[in-house]
Design a protein around this ligand. Structure first.
Ligand code: HEM
Length: 328
């Protein structure tokens, strides 16, 4: 089933039409950022995606089990690891309403490794992405940018894997808070421990207080920016915490397709530690660099054959250079 609400939301946000004559099998970082701008509008000085967000800070304390999986320093630290984080709404609308059901929430983090080094982790509030490779993502975006319902319907009919994320989100309540929803790292990473043992896994973060949602009616009545005051109230009572876990992959689990589900309930999950968000941080701290999913450290490798993964790094660099460029 096509996620009509997702289509409608994306189509409603589209402001520039991209010529459909362009061949699709040409996705590169520039064309993807242009296509995001075509769907969501060009908003100078801000991110081309996950535009509406909040910069925060906190720390990460690894679990006792984490070192058995990886030698990565933040999973072996004896002291809390500093974290700069950013919560966000998916898509490139700077005013994307916090109550939108068929949109992912994001959490991006820099883990402070000391001496000016960090490593990054980005997650979204769904276990799958909307495209299996950059060409398919470009095709999705350029089709939605046409605002042509027939073409958009035909796209989703021909590309049912692109409907999975919207269907998944629509089947669940609107998260009451950035702090009450599960987040997934989407890609299949590989850990290496101190003995050289490798383990394929996916990241998942679970809110310590459990998932809490609100009804569609409640969500409609909320201010479009209600997550900010909600977070302020929540932080006044204590840190917003998540258990970071590794879902361990098994033979046959898809490693190259971010639209493919893993049978999570049949997979072993290992506690990697606790993320604590303790306070707001100046937006500048989050904006002066990129949260880059490929910025991993010894003991963690990204997927070898998932073509979305390396393209993200390039697209984020394009988005960053444009948002940093002097505005006219
Ligand atoms: C080819 C596929 C993708 C493209 C072209 C893309 C594009 C972008 C762009 C342009 C940004 C803004 C970067 C910046 O200006 O710093 C961004 C941010 C983000 N993306 Fe993606 N993205 C892709 C796939 C994904 C996937 C699979 C995830 C799942 C984890 C994801 C999660 C995020 C998050 C959480 C942010 C916010 C980062 C922040 O707060 O700075 N993206 N994306």
């Amino acid at each position: 089933m096509v996620s009509n609400r997702l289509v409608a939301a994306l189509a409603a946000a589209a402001v520039i039409c991209v010529p459909m004559a362009r061949a699709y099998a040409e996705a590169d970082a520039e064309s993807l950022v242009n296509a995001l701008n075509a769907v969501f509008g060009k908003h100078p000085g801000v991110r081309a995606a996950h535009t509406h967000g909040i910069c925060v800070k906190g720390n990460f304390v690894p679990s006792a089990e984490a070192p058995s999986l990886t030698k990565a320093p933040h999973f072996n630290s004896k002291t809390p690891v500093g974290v700069i984080g950013r919560f966000s709404m998916g898509g490139g609308d700077p005013d994307a309403p916090n109550g939108q059901k068929d949109n992912v929430r994001g959490i991006a983090m820099h883990f402070d490794l000391g001496k000016g080094n960090n490593t990054d982790l980005l997650m979204i509030s769904a276990p799958v992405f909307v495209a299996k490779d950059p060409d398919q993502f470009l095709k999705l975006l350029t089709t939605v940018a046409t605002k042509d319902k027939d073409k958009i319907g035909a796209y989703f009919k021909d590309n049912p894997n692109s409907t999975r994320q919207g269907e998944w989100l629509n089947a669940r309540p609107v998260p009451a808070s950035y702090g009450t929803v599960n987040y997934w790292g989407i890609h299949a990473f590989t850990f290496t421990n101190a003995d050289g043992k490798k383990q394929i896994f996916k990241y998942k973060a679970l809110p310590v207080g459990g998932e809490v949602g609100i009804s569609d009616d409640e969500a409609k009545k909320k201010d479009p920016d209600f997550y900010r005051p909600e977070l302020k109230d929540r932080l006044a009572k204590g840190p917003v915490q998540y258990t970071l876990t590794a879902i361990l992959g098994e033979d046959g689990d898809p490693l190259d397709d971010p639209t493919a589900f893993w049978p999570e309930d049949k997979r072993k999950s290992v506690n990697l530690g606790t993320i604590s968000i303790t306070d707001f941080e100046d937006a500048k701290t989050c904006d002066e660099a990129i949260f880059d999913p490929t910025n991993v450290v010894d003991g963690i490798e990204g997927p070898a054959n998932d073509t979305i993964f390396p393209m993200r790094s390039q697209a984020y660099a394009v988005s960053f250079s444009r948002r940093e460029a002097p505005q006219q």
